[in-house]
Every structure is written in structure tokens, then in C-alpha cells.
Design a protein around this ligand. Structure first.
Ligand code: ZN
Length: 125
């Protein structure tokens, strides 16, 4: 753990900001909070809207989980430790992406692997 107190504070602030943004977005996308203005014959529109809302929700759920993991990592003082190789995560990377869990090398290796799995997963193995 090589982050200064000031760096930890600003990382915590960044996570707080992220949490507020996600909570705000979840609230604003929740259908029952909107003005339900359902005239007749809106079925198709309503359907596509709820698909969008669901996709949005799942995306934010993923973000939410990343946020909770980042908070746990912060609490354990391992925010700047790569969860993959145990190497250091540069503070600049955490500033850009407060929920980052891996160093740049491990993250790009993971993304390359996922891309390969996505492209060839149904062919190989
Ligand atoms: Zn790593």
C-alpha cells in the first residue's frame, strides 16, 4: 500500500461520487417513478423502453458491484494492489478509474482473453 492519505481521501471521494451517480441513475430509470402516461396503443413503445431500462439497470448493477468491491478494497488498504498479480496499480490509473482492480498489464491481458473467448469460444474446446 503506497497511497498517501490525500490520495486515499480523493479515491474515497471519487467512489462516493460514483455511488451517487449510480443511485441517481437507478432512481431516474425506475419506471414507477416516472409519470405513467399510458395512453392506448403504446404497447410497442413501452416494451422497447423497458428493454432499455433493463439494459441500463444491468449495466449499472455491474458498475454497482465494481463499486462495492472497490470500497472493500479501500477498507482493506489494497486499492493499489492488483487483484491478479499483486503488483502495484499506479495512482493515476485509480484516478481515471476508481474501481480498477487490476494493473494495466493484467487488465489488458484479461480483455484480450475475453475478446478471444468471445470470438472463438464456440469453436475451440
Ligand atoms: Zn497485475
Amino acid at each position: 500500500m503506497s497511497l498517501s492519505v490525500a490520495e486515499l481521501d480523493s479515491l474515497k471521494l471519487a467512489l462516493d461520487g460514483l455511488q451517487q451517480r449510480i443511485q441517481h441513475e437507478l432512481r431516474s430509470h425506475r419506471p414507477q417513478n416516472g409519470q405513467v402516461d399510458s395512453g392506448a396503443g403504446d404497447d410497442v413503445v413501452a416494451d422497447s423502453l423497458s428493454h432499455d431500462a433493463l439494459a441500463q439497470y444491468l449495466h449499472e448493477h455491474h458498475e454497482w458491484q465494481a463499486l462495492q468491491r472497490a470500497r472493500a478494497r479501500l477498507a482493506e488498504n489494497i486499492s493499489d494492489i492488483c487483484s491478479e498479480c499483486g503488483g502495484p496499480i499506479p495512482y493515476a490509473r485509480l484516478q481515471a478509474e476508481p474501481t480498477a482492480e487490476r494493473c494495466v498489464a493484467c487488465q489488458s491481458a484479461l480483455e484480450t482473453k475475453e475478446q478471444r473467448l468471445h470470438l472463438h469460444g464456440h469453436v475451440s474446446l
